[in-house]
Design a binder for this molecule. Structure first.
Ligand code: ZN
Length: 378
C-alpha cells in the first residue's frame, strides 16, 4: 500500500509498505478496525515532527492523525461499527486498559502518527474502535467533521481544564486553529469577556475570532488593539508595580492589566506564543484564583520559566496546567453536539488526491498567508 512516512528532517516520502490486517489470535486486534482515509488534515504537530527535528522514534512511521475514514474491516469484538461505515477518527486515543477512566487517561493513550502508524496511507489500523471512532452524521460538513477530530477537542481541553466560570475574563494566547476553538469553547462555557492575543497580519484569524466570540483582539507584534473596547486613558495603572508585573515588558500585558483594573484575567488559555506566553500568562492571571492552561506544543528542549514577581515570590496561588488534548469517542461526540460552532470555517484550503499531502504539509510549515487549516480529500 502507499504510505507517507518521515524521511529526514524537513521531508516526508511516499513508500510502499505492507498493509495492516486484523489478526484474530491477537486479543487487541479483536477490538481494532482497519480503515481507509477519506479526508485528512495536516496538523502543526505533524509540522513539528517533520521540520523541527522532533522526528518519530521508529523508522517508517506513517504520519497523520486528523481524518475522516471508511471502515474496511473490523475485529470480531467491535460492537458499534461495520465495514462501509464512514467515521471520524479521534486523534488522541485514551487508553481504556489503565483503568483510570475515559477522560483522565489520555496521556497514557495512543496518538496516531506518533506511537502507532498514522493515516496518511492506503489503509490504517485503529485500536479499540468502539472507543475511538465516531459515526459521521449524514448532515455534517466534511470540514467540520475533520476539525472535530483534533482541533476542536484541543481548544475545548484548554477551556475545560481551566474550569471557566460564568462571566469570567478569559485570555487566549494564539489565534490559530486551536486558539480559535479555545475562544469558541470559552464562550460556550460562559466566559464574560474573551481577550485574544494574536497576529495583526492574519486577517482571517482576526475575523474568525470575532465570529467565535472574542471581545477584544490584541496584536502581539505591537500591542495594538485590533478590535474591542480599550480606553487608553486607563494607563493610570501603569505604575511601578505593574511595570514589575510585566516581566518581559510586553505591551499586551500592560493592556490586559489595565483592562482588568490590575486584577488580571481569571483564566489564561495558551494555544500559541511559545515560552514567552507562559511567563506572560503568569503576569496577567489573577492572584489567588487564576488558572492557566497550556495546550501548546513546546518545541526543543531546555526550560520553561516563570517570573518571580508576578508569581508572588512563589506564593501567588496561581495554578498552571499543561495538557495533551482530551480525546476518544465521547469527547469527539461532545464536539459534534455543538452544532452552532462553525468549525468548518477554519478550513481555508482544500485539495484533492494523496499526492497533495506533502504540498499541504509544506504550506502548513510556511504558514502561507490566508491559511488556517487544509483539507486533503482522497
Ligand atoms: Zn493535530
Amino acid at each position: 500500500m502507499w504510505a507517507y512516512v518521515f524521511d529526514k528532517k524537513g521531508s516526508i516520502v511516499e513508500r510502499n509498505l505492507d498493509r495492516p490486517y486484523i489478526y484474530e489470535h491477537e486479543e487487541s486486534d479483536r477490538y481494532s478496525a482497519i480503515l481507509k482515509p477519506v479526508a485528512i488534515s495536516p496538523c502543526s504537530s505533524d509540522v513539528h515532527t517533520v521540520y523541527a527535528g522532533n522526528g518519530p522514534r521508529r523508522e517508517n512511521l506513517v504520519l497523520g492523525h486528523e481524518g475522516i475514514a471508511e471502515i474496511v474491516e473490523t475485529g470480531s469484538l467491535v460492537r458499534d461499527f461495520k465495514p462501509g461505515d464512514k467515521v471520524i477518527v479521534s486523534a488522541v486515543m485514551p487508553d481504556e486498559e489503565d483503568g483510570t477512566g475515559h477522560e483522565h487517561s489520555n496521556f497514557s493513550g495512543t496518538k496516531l502518527g506518533r506511537n502507532i502508524n498514522g493515516m496518511w496511507s492506503e489503509f490504517f489500523k485503529v485500536p479499540d474502535a468502539d472507543m475511538n471512532l465516531i459515526h459521521f452524521p449524514e448532515w455534517l460538513d466534511l470540514r467540520k467533521g475533520l476539525m472535530a477530530a483534533d482541533v476542536m477537542p484541543t481548544g475545548f481541553t484548554a477551556a475545560i481544564k481551566a474550569e471557566i466560570e460564568e462571566g469570567q475574563t478569559v485570555c487566549v494566547f494564539g489565534a490559530g486553529a486551536i486558539g480559535l476553538m479555545a475562544v469558541a469553547a470559552a464562550k460556550k462555557l460562559g466566559a464574560g469577556k474573551i481577550i485574544v492575543i494574536g497576529s495583526a497580519k492574519r486577517k482571517e484569524t482576526i475575523e474568525l475570532s470575532k465570529i467565535y466570540g472574542a471581545d477584544v483582539f490584541i496584536a502581539y507584534q505591537d500591542g495594538s488593539v485590533i478590535f474591542g473596547e480599550y480606553d487608553k486613558g486607563m494607563d493610570i495603572y501603569k505604575d511601578k508595580r505593574s511595570q514589575l508585573a510585566n516581566s518581559l515588558n510586553k505591551p499586551e500585558v500592560d493592556i490586559i492589566l489595565n483592562m482588568t483594573e490590575n486584577k488580571g484575567a481569571d483564566r489564561v488559555l495558551i494555544c500559541g506564543g511559545g515560552r514567552d506566553a507562559v511567563a506572560e500568562a503568569c503576569d496577567i492571571v489573577k492572584y489567588g484564583t487564576g488558572i492557566v492552561v497550556s495546550v501548546e506544543y513546546q518545541e526543543g528542549e531546555g526550560m520553561i520559566g516563570l517570573p518571580v514577581f508576578s508569581l508572588g515570590r512563589g506564593m501567588a496561588g496561581k495554578t498552571f496546567k499543561f495538557s495533551l488534548s482530551l480525546g476518544g469517542r465521547h469527547m469527539v461526540e461532545k464536539m459534534l453536539s455543538y452544532e452552532d460552532i462553525e468549525a468548518e470555517k477554519l478550513v481555508t484550503h482544500c485539495f484533492n488526491g494523496r499526492d497533495k499531502i506533502p504540498y499541504a504539509l509544506e504550506l502548513m510549515n510556511k504558514k502561507t498567508r490566508g491559511l488556517i487549516k487544509i483539507m486533503v480529500e482522497l
